[in-house]
Design a protein around this ligand. Structure first.
Ligand code: NAD
Ligand code: UDP
Length: 320
């Protein structure tokens, strides 16, 4: 297969590109390097079967050659990024999704949309299965991301129904691992960076809110299983092992051997109180199940961060 990975130089995208190349697929990475550094995919450039086209998927772009599948990962993903870039985020979910669906349709290619647990908003149903319609504030600070992804899901579904596109949706829950940007504001990268530097860990609110953290290798396996199927989904992809933010902070302190303090900061507006995926559908339909326990995944993540210099943690338009 030749797979177009839009957002392929980002955190998830670069791991996906590597995994596809490892199993013998060709990969064409599209990225504007706004929130994923080129350095994530520079080492792939000499490899046979890999090419990279710097472009903004919300504008005009060309992909020469065959296309057998398209994965749309190109969007700001961390709350810190999308709050600062609301219009870019809405464009990625709307125009970006349309452009990539058109590309897939022209080539009769499989299309997979990387949607998100954020489409459930601040959920009133717990845990969340795919039949839950969500609880999203349409004008709150997170709405640009949540509504862009909800629109992208609707568009993907319409292309499948009205145009016969081989299109499917996965809803990704909080995923972590090597190559997260140290300053992307997400909780795992922030806590690990702070703990390694001996700085206080910034716990928002009372730290009682929960998330369910999936290691990147597991997530990439789920994405590939979805690429290889012709199913519409939507399927939740995540690890149902739910933790409070305070528990995560304590685990990071233990793994890093840090005795830094926890410092309370105000809870951001509309921060979801709890989140845990039901993954029965992905298990049954894709034969997928996450395997890496949080402690193991965090150890690998800490080991990677420990070798980094954060001075160079900048990339393109989203770093200010
Ligand atoms: P990321 O920011 O590391 O990756 C996004 C990539 O897309 C970056 O390389 C960025 O430069 C690129 N990009 C952004 N806008 C673009 C545009 N208009 N044109 C071309 N390239 C563009 O984030 P990530 O964590 O790897 O997330 C990847 C995708 O998965 C996103 O769509 C995100 O919404 C989704 N997702 C991720 C998570 C998670 O926990 N990581 C959870 C839910 C959903
Ligand atoms: N969070 C925190 N301290 C930080 C960053 C995040 O306590 O320095 C909290 C945040 O309020 C949220 C959880 O951690 O409740 C996950 O935040 P993240 O931005 O990683 O992802 P999302 O909110 O999109 O799930």
């Amino acid at each position: 297969m030749r797979v177009v990975v839009a957002g392929g130089s980002g955190f998830l995208g670069s791991h996906l590109c590597e995994a596809l190349l490892r199993r013998g697929d060709s990969v064409c990475c599209l990225d504007d390097f706004s929130s994923g550094p080129a350095a994530n995919t520079d080492p792939l450039l000499p490899l046979t079967g890999f090419d990279r086209i710097p472009c903004d998927v919300t504008a005009r772009f060309q992909v020469p050659g065959d296309v057998d599948a398209v994965v749309h990962l190109a969007s700001p993903a961390s709350p810190y990024d999308y709050r600062r870039h609301p219009l870019r985020t809405l464009a990625a979910g709307s125009r970006g999704t349309e452009n990539l669906l058109e590309l897939a349709l022209r080539h009769h290619a499989r299309f997979v949309l990387a949607s998100t647990s954020e489409i459930y908003g601040d959920p009133q149903v717990h845990p969340q299965d795919e039949d839950y319609w969500g609880h999203v504030n349409p004008v709150g600070p997170r709405s640009v991301y949540d509504e862009a992804k909800r629109f992208a899901e609707a568009l993907t579904t319409a292309y499948r129904r009205a145009e016969g596109a081989d299109a499917g949706i996965v809803r990704i829950f909080n995923t972590y691992g090597p190559r997260m940007r140290a300053h992307d504001g997400r909780v795992v990268s922030t806590f690990v960076r702070q703990a390694l530097a001996g700085e206080p860990l910034t716990v928002f609110g009372d730290g009682g809110q929960t998330r369910s953290f999936c290691y990147v290798d597991d997530l990439v396996e789920g994405l590939m299983a979805m690429l290889d199927s012709d199913l519409p989904g939507p399927f939740n992809l995540g690890n149902p092992n739910e933790r409070t933010v305070r528990e995560l902070a304590e685990l990071v302190l233990r793994i890093t051997g840090s005795n830094a303090e926890l410092r309370r900061q105000p809870l951001p507006v509309d921060d979801p109180v709890r989140r845990r995926p039901v993954i029965a559908r992905a298990r049954a339909a894709l034969g997928w199940t996450p395997r890496v326990p949080l402690e193991d995944g965090l150890r690998r993540t800490v080991a990677w961060f420990a070798t980094r210099s954060y001075e160079s943690d900048t990339c393109g338009a989203l770093s200010e």
